[in-house]
Design a protein around this ligand. Sequence first.
Ligand code: UD1
Length: 436
Amino acid sequence: MYLHPNLICKNLLGVINLEKLVIQGGTPLRGEVNISGAKNAAVAILPATLLINGTCRIENLPNISDVKLYCDILEQLGAKIKWHSSNEITIDTTNINCKEDIVEITRKFRASYYLIGSLLGRCGEVQVGLPGGCNLGARPIDLHIKGFEALGATTNITQGNIRATADHLVGTSIYLDIASVGATINIMLASVLAEGTTIIDNAAKEPHIVDVANFLNTMGANIRGAGTDIIKIHGVKELKGNTSYSIVPDQIEAGTFMLAAISSRGDIIVKNCITKHLESIIAKIIEIGGHVDANGDKLRVWCNKRPTKATIKTLPYPGFPTDLQPQMGVVLSTAEGTSIINEGIWESRFQYTAELNKMGAHITAQGKSAFFEGVDKLVGAPVYVTDLRAGAALIIAGISAEGITEVYNLEHIDRGYENIEEKFRKLGAKIERTIE
Ligand code: UD1
């Protein structure tokens, strides 16, 4: 059997993964889909539980592999986790072993960098493995480090590991040169138990930043201004926990299904979403000729004709999210006219366009811009996922295309989408997971 080089990759357990999705395209999506809890909030709230001297219950936790990996790390550190259902857990972080070696396990995914902020706050020392760059390009953490050091920590990077220590963290003012989501959350985590007040200026404003702040406040923290560009964290002595918290709906998952409806010329109801978080996506869908009707926490999204071209630039929230850029790219690949996407966040986020071109798209990617010369239709082909959102985009492409598409490298998709093929199947898509 011939193996595409991208296929010869290992999943988190180190096993070669030959699973694929087989999609028979051409069915417009119809029906209702329920949105899960936000992945990017979950991977920050789980390490935030380490700041609590007690228990907390987390509801609406997405059942994805990144969450399972985070739970493994927490258990390795000594936390006790009880699963009430696949979306609800109680975590007891009363007894944590601050000396536990978590370097190898943390190297498996990028979101482990939140352990630096939370364990600095809880233990005053931490060492994690850094996974380095990824398929989106370089992913520096200089702003995180700048924040920790401003709070009084000492950091050291050696052989791909980062070690941070602090006898005592003291609040201060920190200006972020770039409104980084990760740095904003990490500095927030490190300063919750610090002495005095920390001010983060030019903070990122994404909904999951507000969600992490709400979680910490529910547990006893004193954070004000999350969702604006100035966040003030008044240090408290202890987070007591003993309460429950429900994670915000995932706006990227909601946007993924909305764009799938447009791409397949379907008509769906997206349930359990927050319309406010989706404004930039709704505006673009309407601009290209799609329809959106909001009703409480439900959105009807439909499209009965070929969309028109658009120009899009991805920006920090409330701008158009980079994490929906590939899914929008699929929509624009069959729009009328030539569309342009300028990627404003990641240096290398157009790898999926080569896969779409195999399906008959006419896309030219040059650096941080891509030109989508709209074609009448996409045609099924074997395609290879390079990262999480590229994976969602290729599924949408397969559903919208004529003929059969095989999607490989599914471990990227499983990191961040709960039951994705089941949700698409319920909307009428003909999609099966098989092992080659
Ligand atoms: C988060 C999301 C990711 C999303 C991204 C942008 C999580 C777990 N991941 O990633 O899905 O695509 O926001 O919305 O929430 N930067 C620096 N120095 C730093 C930190 C960042 O230069 O110390 C740069 C990055 O290279 C990038 C930009 O700032 O160009 C934004 O990155 P950031 O917002 O930090 O993204 P993440 O938090 O890693």
